[in-house]
Design a protein around this ligand. Structure first.
Ligand SMILES: Cc1cc2nc3c(=O)[nH]c(=O)nc-3n(C[C@H](O)[C@H](O)[C@H](O)COP(=O)(O)OP(=O)(O)OC[C@H]3O[C@@H](n4cnc5c(N)ncnc54)[C@H](O)[C@@H]3O)c2cc1C
Length: 381
């Protein structure tokens, strides 16, 4: 694989860098996990979209630049290096949009994608239920047929940003008596402010209120908001899950920028005789670079027609464990300041602890790697 970028790709990088230098807010926005911060991040999404930087890899007709995966990776590197704000539209852009590209109708794409790109409609993922996390197929929320659509009832939980988001996508049991739990599920989109929906924030360790559980009581959803075939939701959901664990949720640009910040921290604060800490900083830099190369290798396979399969689990385990090690190293460098002050590092550390849980726990990902990539026998469940 040739890792040299073409002159056109380099020109794209330069254009992105110039735009970001002129537009990234000088003062960091408040956390998007708060109501005020959420609103400020929507404004930032609109600013990105106005110059078509919100969804660079999407076709132009939906607000993108038709830039392809390599330029998307380049853009992400520039985005994080510029210290640009977190993306409030991430669940829609990284999870629902690829699902619509694979399984949605042309009408759904035209109706949903443009307002997603501008941050006008922010999406939440409503998959997990109190008794259905790792074993998602055991979900019990129902979709019951009615005139022109469906009535949704049940409870979803652990829904990131749902407290302030506008709409959600989730899986519902539409055929209660199928022989296997993966059958008879329907993938639907619904409005978080529709009659019958109650959204209740869940307290997080950092006290910020955007995380929520969602209660549904006969919420009407029209037929046009079903993605894929009614009853065939599992297959659609697996396409979303591959994207969640795969390339797009955590791009290497995020870790390259963080490892650069870590090196700066080491240079500014560390005791040069502390070789153990120095080695951990070096490991963080090597990890970010290795992840970048691994991702470029994947991107090149995609360009040759491959699709993301179970190897998305390798990405998920890698970035989630790497993120914790990176933040632990930073906190050890900062010493007591790291824990007492509300720095990006301490906030990032608390969030990194959730990485091995969300997007499918790492225990489950390791089972997938063992069974589906290494061909090892199934473990006892
Ligand atoms: C910060 C954060 C954000 C999230 N955001 C969202 C969101 O936006 N939308 C959404 O729908 N969900 C979201 N989730 C939920 C997340 O997807 C679930 O927490 C996750 O799937 C695990 O499910 P669970 O919590 O029910 O744990 P369980 O499935 O009950 O698992 C508990 C433990 O048992 C282990 N375990 C379970 N089954 C097995 C097995 N067969 N083999 C080996 N080990 C096993 C698990 O690995 C885990 O360690 C989020 C979670 C977090 C922490």
């Amino acid at each position: 694989m040739d890792l040299t970028l073409s002159p056109a790709d380099e020109a794209f990088r330069a254009e992105a860098r110039t735009w970001l230098a002129a537009h990234v807010p000088q003062t960091p926005l408040r956390s998007l996990e708060t109501e005020e911060g959420f609103a400020a991040h929507r404004v930032w999404e609109a600013e990105l979209a106005a110059d078509r930087w919100s969804v660079v890899s999407w076709p132009e007709v939906y607000g993108g630049r038709g830039a392809g995966i390599v330029r998307w990776l380049v853009f992400e590197e520039e985005y994080y290096a510029a210290g640009a704000p977190g993306r409030v539209g991430q669940n829609g852009i990284n999870l629902l949009a690829p699902t619509l590209f694979d399984h949605g109708t042309e009408e759904q794409r035209a109706r949903i994608l443009p307002s997603m790109a501008t941050g006008e409609v922010v999406w939440a993922q409503a998959w997990s239920e109190p008794e259905a996390g790792s074993d998602l197929a055991s979900l019990t929320s129902r979709a019951v047929r009615t005139n022109g659509g469906w009535l949704l009832s049940g409870q979803k939980t652990w829904s990131s940003r749902a407290a302030f988001a506008d709409r959600a996508f989730g899986l519902f049991r539409s055929e209660p008596d199928t022989p296997r739990p993966h059958q008879g599920l329907t993938y639907l989109m619904f409005d978080l402010r529709a009659p019958g929906v109650t959204v209740r924030p869940i307290g997080r360790l950092d006290g910020r209120p955007a995380f929520a559980e969602v209660f549904l009581d006969e919420v009407f959803v029209p037929d046009e908001d079903v993605i894929g075939e009614p009853g065939g939701g599992w297959r659609v959901a697996m396409s979303t899950a591959g994207n969640e664990r795969g390339l797009t949720l955590r791009s290497p640009g995020r870790f390259l920028a963080a490892s650069d910040r870590l090196v700066a921290l080491w240079r500014g604060r560390a005791d040069p005789s502390d070789t153990a800490l120095r080695d951990r900083v070096a490991d963080a830099v090597i990890g970010a670079r290795a992840y970048q190369l691994f991702t470029y290798a994947h991107a090149s396979r995609f360009l040759d027609g491959a699709t993301m399969g179970p190897e998305s689990s390798l990405n998920k385990v890698f970035w989630s464990e790497y993120d914790i090690a990176l933040h632990e190293t930073a906190l050890d460098l900062l010493g007591p300041d790291g824990e007492s002050a509300d720095t990006d590092w301490s906030e990032g550390y608390v969030f990194s602890l959730a990485g091995p849980i969300y997007a499918g726990t790492n225990e489950i990902q390791r089972d997938i790697i063992a069974e589906r990539l290494l061909g090892l026998p199934k473990g006892r469940r």
